[in-house]
Design a protein around this ligand. Structure first.
Ligand SMILES: Nc1ncnc2c1ncn2[C@@H]1O[C@H](COP(=O)(O)OP(=O)(O)OP(=O)(O)O)[C@@H](O)[C@H]1O
Ligand SMILES: [Mg+2]
Length: 319
């Protein structure tokens, strides 16, 4: 099937004075139309940067230094602001605090759908209804600060789908919410994606949420893809030692309930540090001397594999 999105060897760095800090390092994947990808990884691993690069929304100090993002099913390129809806990690930064909810959504509808202002306001009310806000007409005149966190996230979702995108990127859409509201937003995302036929890229710390919502998982470590593949296999038979440690830690019965990724011993490398071998090597229980001296190669297919030189040996041990 023609991919909706294809990222080939995408690297992103942020300018830090005279040097560059590599945040995303040669990431490749493809996403078919209507498919769902969960990007996981600990804080600072490059999830948001990758998501912004896909949507062409990198901040001014972030530069795509190599690679390409293509949209084969859209004829090559995505229309800016139109084909990709984005729900930002910080719920308040998706919304403008000085505009009413109705004005914000209507503006998108005017810009991208060419509607008149009254028609755009009607469309805004329809969308608010669609994302489950009660009394949507009355809500048009509300300001973001008058809404609860869950309601704001619903509005952010309504705005992200206003221009009828083909892909919705949601960057940790539930992490600022209480457990019940989280479940409602997850259900809403699932329903919207199915009803509208959206592809979904979900950035999350939560393995269980990823497994519930997505078909494909991508685990990032220090800007690289550590493992990519069907999410069910990633959770039930993790291959990369990092994923094995995460899955083992998240299954620990003594672990308190949390929406964060399970913690494993050690810390990730400093951004910008020169790493001759594997970035995970200092924390890896299976590290060998070769892991320190040469970078891992991708073991597997472009859609299903592991960034670990020992993968073949590990697979043999686990059989
Ligand atoms: N605008 C920026 N300028 C400079 N460095 C940045 C900028 N944004 C992110 N970084 C750095 O890039 C790296 C990746 O950050 P990114 O926000 O993509 O990680 P993340 O996986 O989304 O983390 P989190 O789970 O905390 O949201 C980090 O080292 C971060 O400090
Ligand atoms: Mg982030």
């Amino acid at each position: 099937m023609t991919a909706l999105l294809s990222a080939d060897d995408v690297s992103v760095a942020y300018r830090d004075g005279a040097r560059w800090l590599q945040a995303v390092d040669r990431v490749s994947f493809a996403l078919p139309p209507k498919a769902r990808l969960a990007i996981m990884g600990e804080s600072g691993s490059g999830k948001t940067t990758l998501a912004l690069a896909i949507a062409d929304l990198l901040p001014h100090d972030g530069i795509r230094r190599s690679g390409a993002v293509r949209w084969p099913a859209l004829g090559g390129a995505a229309r800016p602001g139109r084909d990709v809806g984005f729900v930002f990690q910080d719920p308040m930064s998706s919304l403008n605090p000085v505009l009413s909810v109705g004005e914000q959504i209507a503006e998108v509808a005017v810009t991208h759908l060419g509607l008149s202002w009254p028609a755009a306001l009607d469309r805004a009310a329809e969308l608010l209804d669609r994302v489950g806000l009660p009394r949507p007409r009355d809500r048009l005149t509300s300001f973001p600060h008058e809404l609860s966190g869950g309601q704001r996230q619903r509005v952010a979702l309504a705005m992200a789908i206003t221009a009828e995108p083909k892909l919705l990127i949601a960057d940790e859409p539930t992490s600022a919410l209480d457990t019940l509201t989280q479940a409602q937003i997850v259900h809403l995302l699932d329903r919207l994606a199915t009803e509208i036929g959206l592809a979904l890229v979900l950035v999350t710390h939560d393995l269980a949420l990823a497994a519930n919502l997505a078909g494909t998982g991508m685990l990032m470590y220090a800007g690289r893809v550590a493992e990519l593949g069907p999410i069910e296999t990633m959770v039930s038979a993790p291959r990369h030692p990092y994923l094995q440690a995460l899955v083992a830690a998240s299954l620990d019965p003594d672990r308190p309930p949390t929406d964060r990724l399970a913690e494993i011993p050690g810390i990730p490398p400093q951004p910008g540090a020169a790493i001759p071998g594997c970035a995970f090597e200092p924390r890896c229980p299976r590290a060998r001397s070769a892991c320190r001296s040469r970078p891992p190669g991708w073991a597997g297919t472009p859609a299903d594999g592991v960034d670990c030189i020992q993968f073949d040996q590990l697979a043999a041990v686990h059989r």
